[in-house]
Ligand binder design. Structure first.
Ligand code: HEM
Ligand SMILES: *[C@@H]1O[C@H](CO)[C@@H](O)[C@H](O)[C@H]1NC(C)=O
Ligand SMILES: *[C@@H]1O[C@H](CO)[C@@H](O)[C@H](O)[C@H]1NC(C)=O
Ligand SMILES: *[C@@H]1O[C@H](CO)[C@@H](O)[C@H](O)[C@H]1NC(C)=O
Ligand SMILES: *[C@@H]1O[C@H](CO)[C@@H](O)[C@H](O)[C@H]1NC(C)=O
Length: 536
């Protein structure tokens, strides 16, 4: 989940480092060259990973050769999911590898088998989250869900989310709101199509997912007032920069011993938190004491269960930040990747359009949620996009609470664990034509692979106790939007643009680097009677 992007403040990992560290790294790189031969010798020794003769002492998972101080940071680079897969292929054993990010040993998990060991067999000991100073300051001691350490608070808060807020029934109840937001988005595209122009799909899709989320959270009343939506988006960006970025203290925790450094981090986080506080206080106050109308929104649900779950208003605010932060960016990224992949694969797009246009009754203006169950190819397209482009390619870091033995290796207590979901989805030993976009792979009668955390080659939402609670919410949002964009329009790449650039940028979530600009053409509906169904 933890994520966010936005073009203007995306800071690649290395650029985020203070200048002196860049020089320091350059120096170390030279040192690295000089030590290469020595390293090679050490490597071959390490890779023999001696199994204990007596079966008593276990050894650590294998590591690539590292450097003093920075460990393996220099090997991780701008797209960590990609470079970690490469490192695992070279140095890992059974999908397990131990790397050192600065001063912090970190377990990297890259095979379905190892992912099963970590997120199922040993989940109860590995389902915590690493402590993060920025997140703690921002989220009032991490009294949220996503960053909370494994324990009673996390258990209660997550239970509230899964049993009251994000259940299949509740998600279903926001249907009208979703359909309304889709109608608004489709009207915008139609305006552009009628004018024969282009659409900035990145902007349109991001606006759509934030609007859907705001509507679910506060019934669409609060955020539509004035420029609160803009304020809200700015806040999401600031939050992303704070906890989705690269923080030196996560790699060099000893920095926190310097009071100046610690205070600087807290001051930065406090600023963002004050702005969230102001916004959320107003939203929550708007709700308190109000009679619940037809369908209670997230805030009403949270308020009505607050006491039963022993939560304070601060808890509720931290949970709302989680939901906004975990739920908007991820869905937006997937929508954009779906559109990009469809334009790169015209055959798939025409099969999808044919399926949708065949199933929707003549003259109907919009695909409704009633129609979605008849659209298996649409679901396969979404699954295939999540396989190739999980928006959180390394999930959110897990954290070991005690020593654990996996496959003869010792995983020490108190280290972060990165599960490379991106590598799992492209594992050649389980996926045929792993790098290709082929939704059909999900369609056979004998295929029963899903993302609910039981198929360890496909974990876009994680698995085990930490699995994403927002799965149903996001899938509903994706399905209805893609169905309508494909039903009402034919899509083209702007003249002279050539092909679609799929370059990625990483920041806990990974998104396409370039804006997605497309040209929509209205698809004439088979309208029987023009006097009806004119609402959009
Ligand atoms: C396509 C959309 C989404 C994707 C791909 C996604 C993915 C993820 C992933 C990978 C994790 C971490 C799992 C782990 O650590 O093993 C996560 C956690 C989480 N997600 Fe999502 N998510 C999506 C949408 C949402 C939505 C819509 C919401 C809320 C409405 C949400 C709320 C959360 C929360 C609260 C957590 C923390 C769970 C915990 O730590 O126990 N997510 N998500
Ligand atoms: C959380 O916020 C409240 C006031 O908003 C403050 O009194 C409390 O100390 C904060 N807790 C932490 C752990 O930061
Ligand atoms: C599609 O949705 C409309 C309106 O909700 C409904 O009347 C129609 O029966 C649905 N058709 C199919 C094939 O699902
Ligand atoms: C896609 O994934 C969902 C959820 O895991 C699963 O229920 C469904 O069967 C899959 N559908 C298709 C057509 O691939
Ligand atoms: C999603 O909905 C299905 C039923 O449609 C339910 O079985 C599942 O538990 C729900 N998942 C989550 C994470 O709420």
């Amino acid at each position: 989940m933890i994520n966010l992007l936005h073009e203007h403040d995306e800071t690649p990992p290395m650029a985020a480092m203070p200048l002196f560290l860049v020089f320091f790294l350059a120096f170390l790189a030279l040192l690295h060259l000089a030590m290469k031969q020595q390293g090679a010798a050490r490597r071959s020794k390490q890779n023999k990973h001696k199994k204990p003769a007596d079966g008593g002492l276990r050894c650590l998972p294998p590591s690539p050769p590292g450097l003093p101080v920075i460990g393996h940071l220099h090997l991780v680079g701008f797209l960590p999911h990609v470079s970690l897969r490469g490192l695992d292929a070279r140095y890992g054993r059974g999908g397990l590898m131990l790397i050192r990010l600065g001063a912090v040993p970190t377990l990297v998990v890259s095979s379905p088998r190892a992912a099963e060991a970590v997120t199922r067999t040993h989940d109860h000991r590995l389902a915590s989250r690493p402590p993060s100073t920025s997140a703690a300051a921002l989220l009032n001691g991490s009294l949220d869900v996503a960053f909370a350490a494994y324990g009673e608070h996390w258990r209660q808060a997550k239970k509230l989310l899964t049993t009251h807020l994000l259940t299949a029934r509740k998600v279903q109840s926001y249907r009208a709101g979703r359909e309304e937001e889709v109608r608004l988005a489709v009207a915008k595209v139609r305006g552009a199509a009628e004018a024969g122009g282009e659409v900035d799909m990145s902007e349109l899709l991001y606006g759509f997912t934030t609007d859907v989320m705001c509507r679910a959270v506060s019934g669409g009343r609060f955020f539509k007032v004035g420029d609160r939506t803009r304020l809200f988006r700015e806040l999401l960006d600031a939050t992303a920069a704070l906890i989705g970025g690269v923080n030196m203290e996560d790699y060099f925790p000893w920095l926190l011993r310097f009071g100046v450094y610690r205070r600087a981090i807290c001051a930065k986080a406090d600023k963002v938190r004050k702005r969230w506080d102001e916004l959320l206080d107003r939203v929550i106050d708007d709700h308190e004491g109000k009679m619940v109308e037809e369908e209670p929104d997230f805030i009403e649900v949270l308020l009505s269960h607050q006491h039963e779950y022993g939560l304070t208003k601060d808890h509720l605010k931290a949970m709302l930040i989680d939901i906004f932060f975990g739920g908007t960016d991820t869905s937006y990224i997937v929508l954009e990747f779906i559109m990009a992949e469809l334009l790169r694969n015209p055959r798939v797009m025409s099969v999808l359009q044919a399926e949708i246009r065949r199933c929707v009754p003549e003259g109907q203006q919009m695909v409704t949620e009633d129609n979605l169950s008849a659209l298996p190819y649409l679901k396969a397209v979404i699954n295939e996009t999540l396989r190739l482009h999980p928006p959180a390619p390394l999930l959110a870091p897990h954290y070991s609470m005690t020593d654990v033995h996996v496959d003869g290796y010792m995983i020490p207590a108190k280290i972060p664990i990165l599960v490379n979901a991106w590598a799992l989805g492209r594992d050649k030993s389980v996926w045929a034509d792993a790098e290709e976009f082929k939704p059909e792979r999900f369609m056979g009668i004998d295929v029963d692979i899903n993302f609910k955390g039981n198929d360890f080659q496909f974990l876009p939402f994680g698995a085990g106790r930490r699995i994403c609670p927002g799965m149903n919410f996001s899938i509903s949002t994706l399905e209805i939007m893609v169905a309508n964009l494909m039903y009402r329009f034919n899509w083209e790449v702007p003249v002279g643009m050539g092909c679609i650039d799929m370059t990625e940028v990483f920041r806990l979530t990974v998104h396409r680097k370039e804006k997605l600009i497309l040209v929509p053409k209205i698809n004439a509906l088979r309208i029987v009677n023009n006097n009806f169904n004119n609402k959009s």
